[in-house]
Design a protein around this ligand. Structure first.
Ligand code: GLY
Ligand code: MN
Length: 461
């Protein structure tokens, strides 16, 4: 946890930004996996962590701006609980640790909110994503779950995004730790991978390292010889000579700051010439995208420039053709690069995605595209110092997509389908780092993680 001052300062700014009403924070609860008592790994809500720091289930909090009160709702554990799960500091002590004096039993929250509503106070809440919190909002505010997303407070969302988007020095130190552990996980996977292994052996190895670091994974491991499947969580394939492994995984620290790193490596000691050609296009795209990062540039512009750069590489190999500015403007590159260049990262791997991607990643000046591929860009707006984001270009050969586009004769002026057919079983390559925007440019977080083909092959040798 950071010091009490950090949480006090964050809440003070929020009060100033919101000006009136009640800001409600619902912590997360334990959730039963196969019966109530056998729970999933507990993960606290990131907004709750950011403003109230406390990392345990059974909590809620509010800032009553009109009456100048900050209250944590939660219960001291009973002696019976102590017998089963051990002693826990009293709520008063926990609250003091995050700079707050007032504690009330959790059962008092509904009454507090109902009374506030009767007296005409505005209750600001954030879009819920857990069903127990949706049920709570239904009970306390009488808004049915289907309406809660739109009824959530836009002012509250914007005030939270305005703060969480800019990482402080102490947050950046925590994020460096997350990236360094994530990097060590990638190096370990690159060293350990052997022909004949099941993907799960490597997935388990890196997951164990994340847990050993005192935190956890920041999202489910993607580790697959089918790198062309973007969010592929199947780990049952056997590694075979001539294939590549795409690993997209990262750790979150004990304080829940996330790393999100991707590397792609050959199962054999070296990339084949065909793999190396595509690898170098992706690497060049990643490095040049990072090189463009500075305050003021829009990430949509960086995304499109990166798409043009990869298209130029693909044209050199005979896979694309024609006027590449036009190809990218029309979206032809998305056959090979069907996702966005990256997203903000922080307490969440897709930072603040619960609050709504467009509030986090777009602005009045930069609107989200609705074109296939670029529409998946989660961050498009102009960059500001303190933003931390991922840079993750990739090139994929997705047989189903190739077949569909070819059948429809889509973008034939820009895509050489006969040449593409020779890559049908190629898979996919993505390379990803985490970068902070500084006052004058950018800095890649963490120690360098092997990335050039030569560095990767050195680990595979
Ligand atoms: N690491 C997975 C993603 O960014 O979607
Ligand atoms: Mn990512």
């Amino acid at each position: 946890m950071f010091s009490a001052n950090t949480y006090q300062a964050r809440r003070a700014r929020l009060k100033q930004d919101l000006a009136s009403g009640i800001a409600l924070f619902l912590g997360n609860q334990e959730i039963g996996m196969n019966y109530a008592g056998n729970t999933y790994h507990f993960r606290q809500d990131s907004n709750f962590l950011y403003f109230f720091g406390l990392d345990q289930p059974g909590l809620a909090a509010l800032i009553d701006i009109d009456n100048d009160r900050e209250i944590i709702f939660g219960d001291d554990v009973s002696l019976e609980d102590v017998v089963w799960t051990g002693a826990v500091p009293k709520m008063k002590m926990l609250a003091a640790g995050v700079g707050l004096r007032e504690v009330l039993p959790l059962r008092r929250l509904t009454g507090y909110l109902k009374k506030a509503r009767r007296s005409g106070q505005a209750i600001h809440f954030l879009p819920p994503y857990r069903h127990d919190n949706m049920l709570f909002l239904k009970e306390a505010l009488n808004i049915v779950p289907a309406r809660q997303k739109t009824a959530a407070s836009e002012a509250f969302i914007r005030a939270v995004v305005a703060q969480r988007a800019h990482k402080s020095a102490e947050e950046l130190a925590e994020m460096e730790r997350a990236v360094n552990l994530s990097g060590a996980m990638h190096v370990a996977a690159m060293r350990a991978a052997r022909e004949g292994q099941i993907e799960a052996e490597l997935a388990g190895l890196v997951e164990g390292m994340a847990v050993s670091g005192g935190g956890n994974l920041s999202y489910p491991v993607i580790l697959s010889v089918n790198g062309q499947i973007l969010h592929n969580h199947y780990h049952g394939n056997t590694l075979q000579k001539g294939q590549m492994v795409l690993g997209d995984f990262g750790a979150e620290t004990a304080m829940h700051y996330a790393g999100d790193i991707t590397r792609t490596f050959p199962v054999s000691a070296k990339f084949t010439a065909k793999q190396r050609d595509i690898y170098d296009i992706v690497l060049d795209a990643e490095v040049s995208a990072i090189g463009m990062l500075r305050p003021g540039i829009s990430y949509q512009e960086v995304h499109l420039a990166t798409a043009r750069r990869m298209a130029a590489g693909l044209k050199n190999l005979g896979l694309m053709r024609g006027d590449l500015d036009e190809a990218v403007a029309q979206g032809a590159h998305a056959l090979f690069f069907p996702h966005g260049l990256g997203h903000m990262i922080g307490l969440d791997v897709h930072d603040m995605e619960d609050l709504g991607e467009n509030y986090v990643g777009y602005s009045a000046e930069v609107r989200r595209s609705d074109q296939f591929g670029t529409a998946y860009l989660r961050l498009g707006r102009a960059l500001e110092p303190g933003f931390v984001l991922t840079v993750e270009p990739g090139i994929y050969f997705i047989p189903e997509l190739i077949d569909q586009w070819r059948r429809k004769k889509k973008f034939e002026a820009f895509i050489n389908y006969e040449a593409v057919a020779k890559y049908r079983h190629f898979g996919g390559i993505r390379i990803e780092d985490n970068v902070v925007i500084t006052d004058t440019g950018h800095r890649i977080l963490g120690d360098p993680i092997p990335k050039s083909a030569a560095e990767v092959e050195a680990l595979r040798g």
